[in-house]
Write a protein that binds this ligand. Structure first.
Ligand code: HEC
Length: 129
């Protein structure tokens, strides 16, 4: 009986801490999962600007002429809307990606990863606008 009430007390004491821990872990793992999605589908064109690249970095370097970083991972100005538009519809040399290739959850994780350094975006990047 004593043990039972002790456990009850522990459960009450520990309960408030659990959601906070879970939230931190979720945020970190969303970024980690987002990077995996990016590495699988995007880096082949948006990685280093060399001859092995599929041309995304080269195209953006030409488009922005140094005004913005050519590598998407170095950008701090992109929005969730821009990334969603490009991923779902494609543009010129960039193919679109279907839900069977990149799910909505994977897209959300990848957006969080790509917006991680944006100055105006806090926790939960990409979930809103
Ligand atoms: C086959 C090569 C290729 C792949 C794979 C690819 N892209 Fe692209 N991407 C391009 C090219 C080329 C452009 C430039 C299009 C243009 O000329 O406007 C581009 C442009 C973009 C832009 C627009 C940036 C801007 O400032 O206008 C975003 C965002 C983007 N890609 C995200 C992604 C993401 C996220 C993935 C992975 C899901 C991806 N791309 C996969 C080739 C690719």
């Amino acid at each position: 009986m004593r043990f039972a009430s002790l456990f009850g007390l522990l459960a009450v004491l520990l309960a408030p801490a659990t959601p906070v821990l879970a939230q931190d872990t979720t945020e970190d793992s969303a970024l980690a999962r987002g990077k995996v999605v990016y590495d699988v589908w995007c880096v082949i064109c948006h990685g280093e600007n060399d001859h092995a690249s599929g041309g995304g970095t080269a195209a953006l370097e030409f488009l922005y002429q140094g005004a913005l970083p050519a590598k998407l991972e170095d950008r701090t100005d992109m929005t969730a809307a821009l990334i969603t538009e490009l991923v779902r519809r494609g543009r010129f040399g960039m193919p679109n990606f279907r839900l069977t290739e990149i799910s909505e959850q994977e897209l959300a994780d990848m957006i969080a990863y790509l917006l991680r350094n944006n100055p105006n975006v806090g926790a939960g990047a990409g979930s809103g606008d």
